[in-house]
Design a protein around this ligand. Structure first.
Ligand code: HEM
Length: 510
C-alpha cells in the first residue's frame, strides 16, 4: 500500500493480539470499581506516552490526541484530513452517515455551511435567540419556585427541570414549539436521550470490534437493541415534528416565494429545498431524510451538553459559596433588583460570572473525548502517522489539565480567565471544550448564551448549597464529582438545597 506519510508509529502500550489494551482496561476497571472512568484512564496514557498515542482495544487501533499544540496541528493545520467521523458498520447502520454530526465530506460541508447560515438568519447570535432563552428562563425559575412549594428553602433535584428547559430552547429553534415541563412525550425523549448518550458494554464492544455483524448483535444484545430503538424513536419524533411544521403553513405560496422568512430551522431547510428544486430541478442532498437527521443531531447535540454544563455550574456554585456570592452580587449590580433575566447586553458587566462559567467548562469538559473521528488519508501529527483505519479521539479532558497552560490544573480558579490589567473576562485558546477546527461545535454561540442567561438568572433568584447527604458523606460527593460514564460527562445524581434569595440579606451580608 502506498504510504503518503513518513512519520513514525505513535508510541503507546502494547497488548495481546485480538485484545490489545482490553485486559489492562478491565484490570483498571476492577481495581477502581465504581470510581473507574475512561477519560481518566486515557489521561494516564497521554501522560505516559505523549501528545499523540496509539493503542489497541480489541482489534481496533485508536489514536489519542492530547494537548493544545497537537490538537491545533491536527484539527487546524491538517483539518482537511481530520474533518471526518469514525465510520463503523453499526454507526453507519444507525446514522446512514447523514445529518450533521456523523456525516463526512462534501455532504457534511454543504449542510454545515447551510446550518451556519440558517442559525445566523434565525438570529442565533442576536435578539431572537435572546428572547427565546429569556422566556424559557422565566419558566425554569417558576418551576423551581413551584418545587419550593411556598417554603423559603428545600432540597430539590433540579436535574430534570434543567433538561426540559434546555430541550425547549432547542425545540423552539428547530420547530417553534415548546412543551410543558410535565409533557409525557418530553419525558419519553429524555429517557431515550439517556440511552443514546450513556455508553455501556455494547457500545464498547462495537467500537473495539467494529467488524461485528449488525444483525446478530441486535439479536443477541439487549443493549444494542435499546440503542437501535432509541435511535428510531428519536428519528420518528423528528419526522413528526418536521411534518407538523410543514403542515402548519396554510399558505402554499409560502414555500415557493423566494422572499419568505423562516420562523425556525426546519422552515429554513424546507425553503432551501424548494429553492434547489426551482433552480436545478432536484432537491440535491436537501432531501427529507437529511432534514430529519440534521434535526436529530441539533436536538441531541444541544440537549445533554448544555443541560449538564448547567448542572455542573450549580454544583460548582454550591461547592464555592464565596464565589457564588460574588457572581450573585455582580448579576444584581448588572440587572438591578427590579428583577429581569440576565441578557447578553449585560456581558461586559459580568466578568467574574463569565469566568466562573469558563472555568467550570474547563475543569468539567462536558464532552471529554470530543466526537470520535478519523483521517481520510495517512496524516502526520507532531511527527507521528495517523492511519485512515484508526479511530481518533480528542483528549480534550487531558488538554485542560496541562499545567503549562493551566497552572494547578485541578484547582477551580475562575481568575485564570480574568485579564489582570483590565479585570475583563478573556477567552483562552487552550480552553477547547467546544472543540476546534472545521468540526468544532455548531452550537457554541447558543450554548454560551444559554449558560450565561440561565446560570446568572438562577443565581439572582436562588442560593444553591449541597444537599444534606452530599454534605455528610464526602465519598458520595467525590463520586458525583467524577461524573458519569459515557460520551457526555454528567455529574452523578444529587440534590441541591435551594433557598430563595432575600436581596435585603444580600446587602446586609455585603
Ligand atoms: C456546553 C455545551 C456544549 C458543548 C461543551 C459542546 C461540545 C461539542 C464538541 C466538543 C463537539 C465536537 C467537536 C469535534 O468533533 O471536533 C461538538 C459538536 C457538535 N455540537 Fe456541540 N456542544 C455544546 C452545545 C451544543 C449545542 C447547544 C448545539 C446545538 C445547537 C450543539 C450542536 C453540535 C453539533 C451539531 C455538533 C457536530 C458538528 C459537526 O460534526 O460538524 N452543541 N459539540
Amino acid at each position: 500500500q502506498l504510504r503518503l506519510s513518513s512519520g513514525r508509529t505513535p508510541p503507546g502500550p502494547g497488548g495481546p493480539p485480538f485484545l490489545g489494551q482490553l485486559p489492562a482496561f478491565f484490570a483498571k476497571a476492577l481495581r477502581f470499581g465504581r470510581r473507574f472512568r475512561f477519560h481518566l484512564y486515557l489521561q494516564g496514557l497521554s501522560r505516559r506516552f505523549g501528545p499523540v498515542t496509539a493503542f489497541r482495544l480489541g482489534t481496533q487501533r485508536f489514536v489519542l490526541i492530547s494537548g493544545h499544540a497537537a490538537l491545533r496541528e491536527a484539527l487546524i493545520g491538517r483539518g482537511d484530513a481530520f474533518g471526518y467521523r469514525m465510520d463503523t458498520p453499526f454507526f453507519r447502520y444507525l446514522s446512514r452517515k447523514r445529518g450533521l454530526a456523523m456525516s463526512d465530506g462534501p455532504l457534511w460541508a454543504e449542510h454545515r455551511r447551510f446550518a451556519v447560515r440558517a442559525f445566523r438568519r434565525l438570529g442565533l447570535g442576536g435578539p431572537q435567540a435572546e428572547a427565546l432563552i429569556e422566556a424559557e428562563c422565566r419558566s425554569l425559575l417558576d418551576a423551581l419556585a413551584d418545587a419550593l412549594d411556598g417554603r423559603a428553602s428545600a432540597e430539590v433535584d433540579a436535574s430534570d427541570l434543567i433538561t426540559r428547559a434546555i430541550v425547549n430552547v432547542i425545540s423552539q429553534l428547530l420547530f417553534s414549539t415548546r412543551a410543558d415541563y410535565s409533557d409525557s412525550e418530553l419525558s419519553e425523549y429524555v429517557s431515550h436521550l439517556s440511552t443514546l448518550t450513556h455508553g455501556d458494554f455494547v457500545t464498547l464492544l462495537i467500537t473495539c470490534y467494529p467488524w461485528l455483524p449488525i444483525r446478530p448483535m441486535l439479536a443477541l444484545s439487549s443493549g444494542a437493541r435499546a440503542l437501535d430503538r432509541s435511535n428510531n424513536w428519536v428519528l420518528e419524533f423528528m419526522r413528526t415534528r418536521v411534518e407538523a411544521v410543514r403542515a402548519g403553513r396554510m399558505d402554499p405560496n409560502f414555500w415557493t416565494d423566494p422572499d419568505s422568512q423562516p420562523a425556525n430551522y426546519v422552515e429554513a431547510y424546507l425553503l432551501e429545498q424548494q429553492r434547489q428544486l426551482r433552480e436545478t430541478g432536484s432537491v440535491g442532498t436537501f432531501d427529507d431524510y437529511q432534514l430529519y437527521r440534521s434535526a436529530y443531531d441539533i436536538y441531541l447535540g444541544g440537549t445533554e451538553t448544555s443541560a449538564n454544563s448547567l448542572r455542573w455550574l450549580l454544583l460548582m456554585a454550591a461547592l464555592h459559596p464565596d464565589m457564588q456570592r460574588r457572581c450573585r452580587l455582580e448579576v444584581a449590580a448588572a440587572i438591578g433588583t427590579d428583577w429581569r433575566p440576565v441578557s447578553m447586553a449585560d456581558r461586559e458587566k459580568l466578568p467574574f460570572t463569565r469566568a466562573f462559567i469558563e472555568e467550570t467548562l474547563r475543569l468539567v469538559v462536558p464532552l471529554p473525548l470530543g466526537v470520535n473521528s478519523r483521517v481520510v488519508r495517512a496524516t502526520e501529527v507532531l511527527g507521528c502517522t495517523v492511519e485512515p483505519s484508526d479511530f481518533v479521539m480528542l483528549n480534550l479532558f487531558a488538554t485542560h489539565r496541562d499545567p503549562e497552560h493551566f497552572p494547578e490544573p485541578e484547582r477551580f480558579n475562575p481568575e485564570r480567565f480574568i485579564e489582570p490589567e483590565s479585570g475583563r473576562c478573556r477567552r483562552l485558546d487552550q480552553a477547547v471544550s467546544f472543540g476546534i477546527g472545521r468540526r468544532a461545535c455548531l452550537g457554541e454561540q447558543l450554548a454560551q448564551r444559554e449558560l450565561l442567561t440561565l446560570f446568572g438568572s438562577l443565581l439572582s433568584r436562588f442560593r444553591f448549597e449541597l444537599g444534606d447527604a452530599e454534605k455528610a458523606e464526602p465519598e458520595r460527593l467525590e463520586e458525583l464529582m467524577l461524573g458519569s460514564i459515557g460520551l457526555i460527562r454528567a455529574p452523578g445524581d444529587h440534590r441541591l438545597r435551594i433557598t430563595r434569595v432575600d436581596w435585603s440579606d444580600e446587602k446586609i451580608d455585603d
